[in-house]
Design a protein around this ligand. Structure first.
Ligand code: SF4
Ligand code: SF4
Length: 346
């Protein structure tokens, strides 16, 4: 890990170098118009809170064509298949927030692990370098620090940038990141103490004091059976908005769009909030009411993923679901309710 500095008057050349021979994607626009897009190096801005949608669609698009098939009547085996996998292209993502990079790191363990590698995800992530921008302007919904992250978090990033007055400080975190930042002409600097100071200020600015730690120590079945889930789910519309905005939600459905002679197999985002998502071919549905579906969403984020991923929570505290839920269901209040679960007698 090495720290670097890019002076304000060298920023244009720095971004030009990042864009050389590859796509440069950065947040563009403001408010709910802010989204990651291809950006000319002289138009990169550091003034935004976060992108409206999470960046997960870069690696896991809302709809992805996996393969095409067609039936050749004169061929003995009938169908001919062709992979349509999008393997991505060399890309630098500059300005992703640490909460969202952490979301990618959590989903990476789902799409790439010791039992399975998703070629569509792998093709894209292998060609992408993620340079985060530390958060120094949290929204009222941000709570990454309470979820084990930090406005200066490093998980999922190849390098972390931060604003230092008009200059840009950088810390490289992987070989990929080091190669990119060095080649872009950044000057080595000793910024470790400065980073610590800025991080403490950013956590203070977030101002979240809630402690969700008790959930980690509570028994899974006690949490699962707690009666509060009925009331917690009462207002939920099962619209799925929270899951589509969430950087760590990764449920999908595979569908074939076919005609007599062929078709395309697609992977589409799906949501555990939908009754259809879990209904079996027999008609049986293990999550028949919204109580089970709402419980699944919060238990997955706050208990099941931490059990599978060494304590890392499946919520990064990005605050999108808090901001977007049409009936104001707030994961921070639900997590607090979960901390109050009574342990069953020994
Ligand atoms: S956004 Fe709110 S109402 Fe919609 S499914 Fe999520 S929790 Fe329920
Ligand atoms: S559960 Fe909500 S706050 Fe947590 S990562 Fe997902 S969208 Fe963000």
């Amino acid at each position: 890990m090495t720290e670097y500095i890019v002076k304000q008057n060298a920023l244009a050349d720095f971004f030009k170098s990042l864009a050389s021979g590859r796509r440069l994607l950065t947040p563009r626009g403001t408010g709910d118009k802010c989204k990651l897009g291809e950006t000319p190096p002289d138009q990169v801005t550091l003034e935004y809170t976060n992108t409206h949608l999470s960046p997960k669609s870069l690696l896991f698009p809302q709809t992805e064509r996996l393969m095409a098939f067609h039936n050749e009547r004169d061929k003995p085996n009938g169908y001919v298949y062709q992979s349509l996998g999008d393997n991505g292209e060399p890309t630098v993502v500059f300005g992703i927030r640490p909460c969202d990079a952490r979301g990618i790191s959590i989903s990476n363990k789902v799409f790439q692990n010791d039992r399975f590698t998703d070629p569509y995800w792998k093709g894209k992530i292998d060609q992408t370098v993620f340079v985060g921008l530390a958060c120094d302007a949290p929204s009222p919904q941000c709570f990454c620090a309470a979820m084990g992250g930090s406005p200066f978090g490093e998980s999922g990033l190849d390098a972390l940038a931060f604003r230092q007055g008009g200059d840009l400080g950088l810390k490289t975190l992987t070989d990929k990141g080091a190669e990119l930042i060095k080649a872009a002409g950044a000057q080595e600097a000793n910024l470790a103490d400065e980073i610590k100071k800025l991080e403490a200020t950013a956590i203070e600015a977030q101002g979240v004091k809630a402690d969700y730690k008790p959930i980690d120590d509570l028994d899974l079945m006690d949490l699962f059976k707690d009666p509060h889930w009925v009331a917690t789910a009462e207002n939920c519309l099962n619209c799925g908005v929270c899951t589509f905005f969430c950087p760590t939600c990764h449920c999908f459905d595979i569908q074939d769009e076919a005609s007599e002679r062929g078709g395309v197999r697609m992977r589409n985002w799906d949501t555990c909030m939908s009754w259809l998502f879990t209904v079996h071919g027999t008609g049986h549905n293990p999550r028949p009411t919204k109580t089970e579906r709402v419980r699944q969403r919060f238990m997955h984020k706050l208990k099941y993923i931490p059990l599978k991923q060494d304590g890392v929570r499946g919520c990064t505290g990005c605050g999108r679901c808090v901001a977007m839920c049409p009936v104001n269901i707030d994961i921070r209040s639900v997590a607090l309710k979960m901390t109050q679960t009574a342990p069953s007698p020994a």
